[in-house]
Design a binder for this molecule. Sequence first.
Ligand SMILES: Cc1cc2nc3c(=O)[nH]c(=O)nc-3n(C[C@H](O)[C@H](O)[C@H](O)COP(=O)(O)O)c2cc1C
Ligand code: SF4
Length: 415
Amino acid sequence: MKQSDYFLKFKNLSPSIKGYQRANGYTGLKKALTMTPDQIVEKIENAWLLGRGGAGFPTAVKWKTATREAPSYLVCNADEGEPGTFKDRFIMTHSPHMMIEGMIIAAYAVGANKGYIYIRGEYPKIAEQLEKTLQEADDAGFLGENITAGFSFTIDIIKGGGSYVVGDETALLNSLMGNRGIPWSKPPFPSEKGLWDRPTFINNVETLACAALILQYGSDWFRSIGSHHSPGPKLYCLSGKVNNPGIYEAPMGSTVKDLISMAGGVVGTLKAVQIGGTAGPIYTSEALDFHLDFDSMKKRDGIFGSGAVVVMNTDISMAEVLEVAMRFFAEESCGKCFPCRYGTRQLSYMADSIVLGKGKREFLDLMVETADIMRGSSFCPFGKSVEMPVKSILKNFNGELQALIRQKNYIREAL
Ligand SMILES: Cc1cc2nc3c(=O)[nH]c(=O)nc-3n(C[C@H](O)[C@H](O)[C@H](O)COP(=O)(O)O)c2cc1C
Ligand code: SF4
């Protein structure tokens, strides 16, 4: 299949409404407005669209729970705090109307009359630009009062304050309501009781962009791309030691090898690959043959997450990778529950000690034990997910860590 056969039709991307409309933009919404909300949900179901925010939850299953009683809300999760992930930024800068079109279609399908874009605070210029995008959509009659009989919808932009955990949907909603940005225990799910106790539907930027494309080009088109259980096109984020880091569009299920080759190949010799974000396992070069989609990665006990692929070469110290990851977890833990608040600090302390040459052999076992406790007792997926990077590094690069601990202890004792 050629690149031009699928997805965003990159050659037609445009931040302006005129450019977007020249490239079929807003035809999906026009079609949607001639359909019933149930028919739209059915179209999304037939496309088997899985949420692109990280968890891969079927979008239609979420939308089907809508009672369509006013007021209901639609939130676009543009928090994008995942290290190595910058696909939503790409959509918002290169084709923001695709996301807006997806939001309006979603709002019509679930009966929401108010929308919010919760955007990462570190994207101030994009937030500013999005105000202009919204104005363009409003001027064209796609937003505002009576878009079609009985359907009005407006969107506000809310800027985040820099917390990673606020990317989690319930923490995000708390933050959006002006509360402390910490998660709540589900149920209630946001679609039952979300913003101000009203039904609230949250989707990622890329998911909403896909919804617009499904309405424009059809469910069969979407299903014809990618793998059977995880269909569609995908924006993969390639970073680290590749020659041309960036966003690469490819079908779901593409292999790591193909993606790295799209990104110009590895700088030097490949050592490790992290898939899915900071919470994903770190593999050796065995990962080259992995197919990247939700289903395939689940079968490997890994995660597909946001579609981030971070490539490391033989210049990289895995002890330092572990230390940076654990520092990230310790700094970003929201502090609500003890296992994560304390566990992330302990892990960070042990990883830091190893890098500084003060590590002990027993730290390696203790780190696994701590990660296990956190998986079993942390309140939200953030604390539970520390297990994958910890265990994979300790399993796949154990020899390197042991050697470092031995070597540094030897030097310290000799001094
Ligand atoms: C710690 C944490 C951080 C998250 N960060 C994001 C994020 O930055 N963007 C996002 O879309 N989803 C993020 N999610 C997933 C959201 O909770 C939610 O599943 C998603 O926005 C739903 O949209 P989707 O169904 O379209 O994927 C995060 C989840 C967790 C637990
Ligand atoms: S697991 Fe961590 S991030 Fe989640 S609620 Fe507990 S302290 Fe907060």
